[in-house]
Design a protein around this ligand. Structure first.
Ligand SMILES: Nc1ncnc2c1ncn2[C@@H]1O[C@H](COP(=O)(O)OP(=O)(O)OP(=O)(O)O)[C@@H](O)[C@H]1O
Length: 547
């Protein structure tokens, strides 16, 4: 660079005409001690313009700019003109309306003729995509296989007709945030100026979606940007599959139904329209299962508020609570676990924040890893019933440590109903046995309904099929699981259930543990009853050893 400078200077001095300086008498020249000729800005411009090639280039640049400007103007105007005949709506992936549209799209006959599609096996595809024909058969045979689905290709525009209106659909994917997370957006343009058409499309899409999810319950979780993200739609669990002592379920479901019917009653009395239920007690007693069953029964989606999520602080929690929809179930599992840093009502960062006080970093030490949660009790209380707390929501909180909860958290208005879940009673043990082995249509059966998660279809003991040798265990291969066991009359199973229950000690074993035992006797009720005593003894001695 330094070597080039004298060369340029020499070049400029060679080109600088004498009369240039003369023609600009008012220009003050700064003389250089190194012998560089004095050169002003105007003289430099004049010098540059003296090259004819440069003049032509500049003309070209100016002309090109003008042409490009005209092109943009014309195309912009044309697009605006065309756009004035369309209504365009965009649907973002994280919003429920995106799924409504995907379900609606799946029902359009013209979609089946699409020549460019994206094939997906993502979890999203299980919810709102266009399934590949015959997939269901495959899924029944190979439970673990993922469902295949067609999605509209990214960045491809599809043309459809809706109510005699031309419509285009485009799905695009954009990168959002710093961590490369991707968001999809669906653009729908309808050739109309009537917003009624768009409204009717949205209503139709929502109706289709509700119908498609009739037997399902959708689960949402919060992401790191504090948005609610749809994660799955599960089959509803029937209320009858939850076995509790008589009356417990009825109290809860009646209360929740009554609450949802009483919006005006609350408004007239100025009481915030929300209700909280605290389910507490031993692990494996059916708390989570009951919440899922109730949500399905009430037709509400479940929004899981994971209080121990990394990065969740007071403001993030209140943001999430405010973003809950009007009618939903908000679920806080293991609410006690959120405060492993100490139960206090001070906001994080104050002197009483035990973690900050106890673990002062050593000078020069690397910064500590992020704590599991930055949530304070006062933050939680504010989120639950602060000004912005969403109206019309039902909150379910569960805990195994009822005694450690702050009374402020448990007071009516926040947790209106507290229900204790205990270890299994003899009544529950008998009902569980009946649920395992009685046929579905038996009046004594605790109906399993759609409860595939628990293996209800798989674990059935179908006594309706007659078997001459009722006690023989017929090992078969390639037949329905339910047909493998010995066939007993419902009366015989009920008698076995009574014997099973009498062998189970009252309130000593959890329902989950009992279920685990029966799972290993899926088709052998007689053996289950014969072995239960020995198993109970083993469980007892294991418990003693653990202590
Ligand atoms: N009362 C019950 N009726 C029917 N099934 C039950 C019952 N209790 C537990 N189970 C079965 O046990 C398993 C665990 O139940 P669940 O997760 O609902 O218990 P939980 O009380 O929420 O446990 P935790 O406190 O550990 O979360 C499930 O598979 C469920 O089907």
């Amino acid at each position: 660079m330094a070597a080039l400078l004298p060369l340029v200077q020499q070049l400029l001095s060679g080109f600088a005409p004498q009369d240039l300086n003369a023609s600009a008498p008012n220009v003050t020249h700064v003389s250089s001690t190194t012998g560089t000729p004095p050169l002003s800005l105007s003289s430099l411009i004049t010098l540059v313009l003296s090259f004819s090639a440069l003049r032509d280039w500049m003309k070209l640049v100016v002309l090109g700019g003008i042409i490009e400007m005209c092109r943009r103007f014309v195309f912009g105007g044309f697009n605006k003109f065309i756009g004035s005949f369309f209504i365009t709506a965009c649907f973002e992936e994280q919003d429920s309306s995106y799924e409504w549209m995907m379900v609606w799209l799946s029902k359009q006959p013209s979609w089946s003729k699409a020549r460019q599609v994206q094939v997906s096996t993502s979890s999203f595809a299980n919810n709102a995509a266009i399934f590949v024909d015959g997939e269901d058969d495959i899924n029944t045979r190979f439970k673990s296989s993922r469902r295949l689905a067609y999605l509209p290709s990214l960045s491809t525009t599809y043309n459809l007709w809706y109510r005699n209106r031309w419509m285009t659909i485009t799905r695009v994917q954009n990168q959002t945030g710093l961590w490369g997370s991707k968001e999809q957006t669906l653009y729908v343009s309808i050739m109309t100026r009537d917003h009624g058409i768009l409204n009717s499309l949205l209503q139709e899409a929502r109706r289709d979606y509700i119908l498609a999810q009739e037997h399902k319950m959708c689960v949402y979780v919060s992401d790191t940007s504090n948005n609610w993200r749809h994660v799955a739609c599960r089959e509803k669990r029937s209320m009858q599959s939850i076995i509790l002592d008589p009356g417990v379920k009825d109290v809860l479901i009646e209360d929740a139904k009554d609450f949802l019917r009483s919006k005006e009653w609350y408004a007239e009395r100025g009481i915030p329209f929300r209700r909280g239920y605290l389910l507490y007690g031993v692990p494996g007693a059916g708390k989570t299962s009951l919440i899922h069953a109730i949500s399905g029964e009430l037709g509400l989606d479940v929004y899981i508020l994971s209080l121990s999520r990394i990065g969740l602080d007071d403001s993030a929690l209140s943001e999430l609570v405010n973003a809950l929809p009007q009618r939903c179930v908000a679920l806080m599992e293991d609410i006690d676990a959120a405060f492993t840093n100490g139960l206090n009502r001070e906001p994080i960062g104050t002197a009483t924040d035990t973690q900050e006080v106890d673990s002062k970093p050593m000078p020069g030490a690397p910064p500590p890893p992020p704590t599991t949660s930055r949530l304070s009790l006062s933050g939680l209380l504010n989120a639950l019933d602060g000004v912005g707390a969403q109206e019309g929501r039902i909150l379910f909180a569960t805990t195994n440590k009822y005694s450690v909860l702050d009374p402020a958290l448990c007071r009516p208005g926040r947790m209106d109903l507290h229900i204790e879940f205990k270890l299994a009673s003899k009544f529950q043990a008998r009902q569980l046995f009946n649920r395992f082995y009685l046929p579905k249509d038996d009046p004594d059966t605790i109906e399993t309904g759609n409860d595939k998660e628990e293996g209800s279809e798989d674990s059935g003991y179908d006594s309706t099929e007659k078997n001459p040798d009722s006690n023989a265990c017929v090992p078969t291969f390639g037949t329905k699981h339910s047909a493998r066991g010995p066939q007993l009359e419902p009366k015989a199973i009920r008698e076995l259930a009574v014997r099973f229950a009498s062998a189970c000690p009252e309130r000593e074993i959890s329902m989950a543990t009992l279920q685990g035992f029966l799972m290993s006797y899926k088709t052998r009720p007689v053996e289950a009853v014969a072995d239960v005593k020995g198993w109970v003894e083993k469980e007892r001695s294991e418990k003693v050893n653990k202590k």
